[in-house]
Ligand binder design. Sequence first.
Ligand SMILES: NC(=O)c1ccc[n+]([C@@H]2O[C@H](COP(=O)([O-])OP(=O)(O)OC[C@H]3O[C@@H](n4cnc5c(N)ncnc54)[C@H](OP(=O)(O)O)[C@@H]3O)[C@@H](O)[C@H]2O)c1
Length: 337
Amino acid sequence: MKINDKYDPGFYRAHESRYERMQYRRCGNSGLLLPLLSVGLWHNFGHTNDLEVGRSILRTSFDNGITHFDLANNYGPPYGAAEENFGRLYRQDWKPYRDELILSTKAGWDMWPGPYGTLGSRKYLIASLDQSLKRMGVEYVDIFYHHRPDPDTPLEETMAALDHIVRQGKALYVGISQYKPAETERAANILRSLGTPLLIHQPRYSMFDRWVEGGLLDVLEKEGVGAIAFSPLEQGILTDKYLKGLPKNSRLLKDGRYLKKETLTPELLEKVRNLNEVAKQRGQTLAQMAIAWLLKDPRITTVLVGASSPKQMLDNIGTLKNLHFSQAELKEIAKWI
Ligand SMILES: NC(=O)c1ccc[n+]([C@@H]2O[C@H](COP(=O)([O-])OP(=O)(O)OC[C@H]3O[C@@H](n4cnc5c(N)ncnc54)[C@H](OP(=O)(O)O)[C@@H]3O)[C@@H](O)[C@H]2O)c1
């Protein structure tokens, strides 16, 4: 990983108009407002990436009012690297802005060997957050998530661990990710009884993956919980980048772990091509239309994008120029999703 270690820590000054450039939504029934777009560090912040690019992605985001950066213990590669690299950037750029940032991290997937480095035990969650705080170089995170449901640990134990972490002052709020509607309702009830309300759910949601419409969003509304939609661009498929072949620098060619060539079938590309035409008629890029389409539902608090360059981030932020859909546009989009 390349990084300029002689970087002048006093150099970064956030743009003065940043808060005029963004819109914010209340997260469920909480007091917390989140920007319509948030930025995730799953990819592009590992030890194999150029951290100067990462730095400029985060600066571009914050300069445009994106206050929320999302991490997890195992983002990298290798595991832990995104938190470590964020920690380096934090010391150089972000420390003066700590009270303007919403930082999140998670535990739930495999992190270290043995039975205490994965899933949902109290043992794992508390140890993992302690490690994350050290890597990131912060005293607390704003949101700590259980990253995925664990069918074998009592939900009461996992939720009590989240409550404990808040009482320790190591997180201000708690969230869950990838939980199904019934599990979410139970988790919300347990947390409420403990006195630590469930702030937010982080599900996968895009034009091509609409499972949350089958009950989860109704539960979140009823329980007063916010929603942050991850992989809104289907890891890049819901952009125009794969319409003319496979770009050398794309996630699909650089890192085939999660986005595989077989996914890009001719049928899928045909849908993307048609959606791209609708976006053009709206005067938007397809990425912008895919983000706006999620935000048309007020239950979606924020859309959690990834970006491999500041240019992509600016494109995504440009979504805010047109969030409205006509009935005719929605009908046309519905044919292809
Ligand atoms: N809770 C969970 O279980 C979970 C799981 C996955 C992700 N997440 C969170 O969600 C975040 C976002 O996930 P994701 O990275 O899959 O999101 P995504 O926004 O669907 O995909 C990001 C990728 O799309 C491409 N892209 C982004 N903006 C573009 C634009 N304007 N034009 C063209 N291409 C563009 C880039 O790909 P190229 O690299 O090809 O340029 C970028 O790396 C993660 O960082 C993480 O914080 C959470």
